[in-house]
Each structure stands twice: as structure tokens, then as C-alpha cells.
Design a binder for this molecule. Structure first.
Ligand code: ZN
Length: 344
């Protein structure tokens, strides 16, 4: 019996010494296998219990269990300490210096025409107009026929465009076909929408004309809408866009889809009306075209022209941007020249 106690005591002492010498977690695990594993030292000692007297066995078993518990606890403690040390070392090695300045991110900016387009949309939104998106690729019927521009109409000369290989399918020359889409979607409810988007013309590219440009179309349809509403609404827009004291005037004009039609001028933004090179000494700048929706167009949109009336208008954000920033060549807009774009 005292031999057994001796063996257990030296096993425990050896295990403690090995643990103290273990410098990492895998060394600690090896200690566990060596002393407490199925083929370990303790198991070997326990196998020797069979040779003891029956009276001695319970005490011997108790002794062995106590040693086992103490060695297990020591292993757990040592393991925990080594894990903590390893974590602390890893944290120190991978430390992030959050005070270092980051990589600078280059700031982009909006295209000048997008800036003006957004300002126009915002003003109309404040005036109760919804933004209505319409497709760039249109049918001849929507782009021309339903807007009162039949095939033989001389106005078609002003709107030559790009045709697809599918007959009757083309790139829209103006945002006006959106009027028909909006009316057919909303009739017989009243409408107040603006239709911003890209338009296309088959034209010689010059300082004054491009093959693509933005347009913002507007449409109001309802009962008892008159020319007075058109004028009041557009004057209010001009004051919000160009300044509350800006003078405006309307000149009679012609569009196939409005009757009567007009163009609106604002007092020159550059000279204030006294005359300069930009306004060709007239003191006025043309800003938009407008008119009362033609009864035939109303009908094509699904509204009864004897009950409903409406007005429409269209303006070019690039033209307005050119006036606001005194840009004298429309080709800058799609030329992708950073020297131009970085000025805005
Ligand atoms: Zn002027």
C-alpha cells in the first residue's frame, strides 16, 4: 500500500514538473496524454490495484482519484494561462494603429448638366409635379403620329433621328412621346408630371447642336386648365430657377402638338437686359417652348378634349447650363474632357 502511495506521489510530482516546463498548449496536451491517457502512467498504476488485498482497494482507489483530480486541475490551469499568453502575443503582434491617416479617396462631382437637371427637377417637384420616366427607344407612332406630326408633315424635317433596323422603331427626338405614355397611364385622372431624359437627333455636330442632349418636358392635364395657368406656372418656375426679380416674356410660336404655342424668354442672365454678345444685343434669352396641349393629342392620350385641357412645355438643361455658366460650345458636354468637367 505504501508502495502505491509512493508511486502516486512521484507521478503527481513528475506531472507538475512537466507542466511547469510546458511552454505551449500542445506541450500541455502531451502531458495530459502521458499521465492521464488510456496508456498513461496513472492507468498503469491503477492496473496494479488488482494485486492488493480487497480491504486495501477502496483506500487505494480514493488516493488514485485524488491525484487524478489534482493533476487535471493543474493541467487546466496551465493550459488557460498559456492560451491567455498566446492571445496577448497575437493581439500585440497584429495591433492596428487607428491613428494612421487613411488612403485619401478622390472626390467625384456631378456633371454640370446633371447638376442643372437635378435643380430643374427639384423646382418642379416643389411645385407638385411628379417625375415620369419614359423610354429612349420609341416607335414612329409615339414619337410623331400621336403628337400630330404625320409622315408628310414638314415639321419632321426639324426632327431627323436615328432609326433602328426594325421598321418604325427609332431613338426619340424629344421627350414628348412621354406625354402620350403618361396620359394613357393616368387617364381620366388629372396629371402633373415632368419627363426628363435623353433625346437624339441626326444632325451635324457643331458648337450649337449635338446628336444627343437632355430635355425636360412638362405636362399638366385636368379640367379648366387655361393659358393663364401655363403662364403663371412657368413664370413661377423661371423666378425659382433664375431669380425672383427676373423679367420673362412669351412670344407666339408653333409646335404641332400644342395650340396655341409660345416660347418663353428670360431677361439675359449676363447683361441683365441691357444687351450683350450672349443675347445678341436683344436683352432676352430663350429658355423653353410651351403651349396648350392640342385637342388631337389629348384625344390620343385618352382624354375627351371637350372636358379636359392641359398645357405642356419643354426645356433643354444643356442650353440652360450654357447660359448659366457662359459655355459657348455644346460639344464640351459629352467630350469627357476633365479640364472642362473639373470646373464645376
Ligand atoms: Zn445679354
Amino acid at each position: 500500500m505504501s508502495d502505491l502511495a509512493q508511486a502516486l506521489a512521484s507521478l503527481e510530482a513528475a506531472a507538475q514538473a512537466d507542466l511547469a516546463a510546458a511552454l505551449d498548449v500542445s506541450a500541455v496536451d502531451a502531458v495530459r496524454v502521458r499521465y492521464l491517457g488510456r496508456k498513461g502512467s496513472l492507468a498503469a498504476i491503477l492496473r496494479g490495484l488488482g494485486g492488493l488485498d480487497a480491504a486495501e482497494r477502496p483506500l487505494a482507489g480514493k488516493l488514485a482519484n485524488e491525484v487524478k483530480t489534482r493533476v487535471e486541475a493543474a493541467i487546466g490551469t496551465r493550459r488557460g494561462a498559456l492560451v491567455a499568453v498566446a492571445q496577448a502575443a497575437a493581439l500585440a503582434a497584429e495591433r492596428l494603429d487607428v491613428t494612421l491617416p487613411g488612403q485619401p479617396v478622390a472626390m467625384g462631382r456631378l456633371h454640370p448638366s446633371t447638376q442643372v437637371l437635378r435643380r430643374i427637377c427639384q423646382i418642379w417637384a416643389n411645385m407638385g409635379f411628379q417625375i415620369y420616366r419614359s423610354r429612349d427607344v420609341e416607335s414612329d407612332e409615339l414619337n410623331f403620329e400621336l403628337l400630330n406630326i404625320p409622315a408628310h408633315h414638314p415639321a419632321r424635317d426639324m426632327w431627323d433621328t436615328f432609326y433602328t433596323e426594325t421598321e418604325g422603331v427609332l431613338l426619340r427626338t424629344h421627350t414628348s412621346p412621354g406625354q402620350i405614355h403618361a396620359m394613357r397611364e393616368f387617364h381620366p385622372e388629372p396629371i402633373r408630371v415632368i419627363l426628363p431624359g435623353m433625346c437624339y437627333r441626326y444632325e451635324q455636330i457643331t458648337a450649337r447642336s449635338e446628336i444627343q442632349f437632355h430635355q425636360v418636358e412638362g405636362l399638366a392635364v385636368g379640367r379648366h386648365i387655361t393659358m393663364t395657368d401655363l403662364k403663371g406656372t412657368l413664370i413661377s418656375f423661371a423666378h425659382r430657377m433664375f431669380g425672383a426679380n427676373r423679367q420673362v416674356r412669351f412670344r407666339a410660336s408653333y409646335f404641332p402638338f400644342t395650340e396655341p404655342s409660345a416660347e418663353m424668354d428670360v431677361e439675359c442672365l449676363i447683361c441683365g437686359g441691357s444687351g450683350c454678345g450672349i443675347c445678341k444685343q436683344s436683352g432676352w434669352l430663350e429658355i423653353l417652348g410651351c403651349g396648350m396641349v392640342h385637342p388631337r393629342v389629348l384625344q390620343n392620350g385618352g382624354y375627351d378634349p371637350s372636358v379636359f385641357s392641359g398645357f405642356a412645355f419643354g426645356m433643354g438643361p444643356e442650353r440652360i447650363t450654357m447660359l448659366l455658366h457662359r459655355i459657348d460650345d455644346i460639344r464640351f458636354f459629352w467630350g469627357n474632357d476633365l479640364r472642362f468637367l473639373e470646373q464645376f
